[in-house]
Design a protein around this ligand. Structure first.
Ligand SMILES: [Zn+2]
Length: 447
């Protein structure tokens, strides 16, 4: 049974609590004008001075710095996790607190450990090969190609490929599986160099990389240079509309410098001579969009009706006005209080709780909510590179998934809630001892 829970692990709804939650929400709307932005901070796209806070999550460690046992007694770096919205172009953004070279060169995320994501990659490859008639005469380039989980499908179809991946350890995995991969950061200069060395791309792919670019203008300029005259760009990234609607505050972390509406991303691409001619909405990462771009000079692909429809929907939501962005903080604070209410009630009832997963979003959620081993005995992850380590900042042990069968917990907190269907299906066996799942986002529920 799935239902909204207010502070009772048995599933009862406490009306007084519910009323209090509503009151608190209304009191969270700041009565004073919003604080001015950090001194001198300017929008990374249009250069306007940042003045409007979107969400302040306090201080947080880097989400992929899983702690090794020998580091447990050492000092740990925390950085502000404060997101601003530009009133000039409505780009939602973090300042660059950390240099990308410190984050991405030993990145622990291996795409191939998430099976939903692997199916998604295969379906995408089949669809673009057909739609754009790709073959052995084409070149497919992917920026942020990770361990080659996507390009392997083009390699198998006999289509020449080139992956560009800054994390050397991850790129090495791609090369092992036969995907040619160049270890470097992508930008205007690298794009020129790659075009000279390998030619320009018929299909230029970038999945979940746009948000990670501190120098977004340099990056999109690079895309323009690396693309053949009649080539097509596709990029996927989490959709800001879904982040706001679904209170997905834990998809915010230091590695994600920007959060995009379609309206703002279209503006950025247009500025660099690229037209977005189609867009699809996807369920990945809690709700993403896939944009299709081409050179403005190439009229081969007419702009689809879906582009205008999405633009209209975002206008209706207020994503092209500053008012559409204010008030998010209060909704996020309320999710934190509800989750803590629920976890506290579980512990008071002497229940055992463990976590499932140690994704990047877990670091934000656990740190912001202050959830440590006082609530979760441990969390599990299928990625062997994370097992034996501890979650950043909160130091919850990460162990092999088999430990759930041994520990027989009363509750499993599903941290990668975007994969909740897949995970609750895999873990159906916990029902055998009366175990239940807690899904934290968009509102904590027991399932
Ligand atoms: Zn701006």
């Amino acid at each position: 049974m799935t239902g909204r829970i207010h502070a009772s692990p048995e599933g009862g709804v406490n009306d007084r609590n519910a009323q209090r939650h509503r009151d608190v929400v209304s009191h969270d709307v700041p009565a004073e004008p919003l604080p001015l932005g950090p001194p001198g901070a300017r929008c990374r796209f249009c250069g306007t001075e940042l003045q409007h806070s979107f969400l302040d999550l306090g201080m947080s460690p880097l989400c992929q710095t899983h702690i090794e046992p020998h580091q447990l007694n050492l000092v740990e770096a925390f950085y502000p996790l404060h997101v601003w919205v530009c009133h000039g172009c409505f780009l939602v953004q973090l300042e660059e607190y950390v240099h990308p070279a410190d984050v991405f060169t030993e990145y622990a995320y291996f795409s191939s450990y998430a099976s939903t994501w692997l199916d998604h990659a295969r379906l995408y490859a089949d669809s673009v090969i057909r739609r754009f008639g790709l073959g052995d005469h084409s070149l497919v380039m992917e920026v942020g190609s990770n361990d080659g989980y996507l390009l392997q499908h083009f390699v198998r179809a006999g289509i020449p490929c080139l992956g560009i991946e800054p994390a050397a350890n991850v790129a090495a995995e791609a090369i092992k599986r036969g995907v040619p991969t160049s270890v470097e950061f992508f930008g205007e200069d690298t794009a020129h160099e790659i075009a000279r060395r390998s030619g320009k791309a018929d299909l230029l792919v970038g999945n979940n990389v746009l948000a990670q670019q501190p120098h977004i203008n340099d990056f999109v300029k690079g895309m323009k240079h690396a693309l053949k005259f009649d080539g097509v760009i596709t990029m996927e990234f989490p959709h800001l509309q879904r982040l706001i609607e679904g209170v997905q505050f834990d998809t915010i972390y230091h590695e994600h410098f920007s959060y995009f509406s379609f309206t703002t991303v279209e503006r950025i691409f247009r500025h660099h001579g690229l037209v977005l001619f189609d867009v699809e909405e996807l369920s990945t990462h809690g709700g993403s969009i896939r944009i299709y771009g081409r050179h403005v000079e190439n009229a081969l692909h007419p702009v689809s009706e879906r582009v205008a429809q999405l633009r209209t929907r975002e206008h209706t939501m207020g994503l092209d006005r500053i008012e559409g962005y204010l008030g998010f903080q209060g909704r996020v604070n309320e999710v934190k209080r509800q989750l803590l209410d629920l976890l506290i009630a579980c512990k008071r009832a002497d229940k055992r709780i463990v976590g499932y997963g140690a994704p990047g979003k877990a670091a934000t959620l656990l740190n912001y909510c202050g959830i440590r081993t006082d609530f979760l005995d441990f969390t599990v992850d299928r990625n062997p590179h994370k097992q034996g380590r501890f979650t950043p900042g909160t130091h919850i042990p990460i162990v092999h998934p088999d430990r759930i069968r041994e520990a027989r917990p009363d509750f499993v907190l599903v941290l990668p809630w975007n994969l909740a269907d897949e995970i609750t299906t895999q873990l159906q066996f916990i029902r055998g001892w009366g175990g239940k799942f807690i899904i934290p986002i968009p509102h904590p529920v027991v399932a």
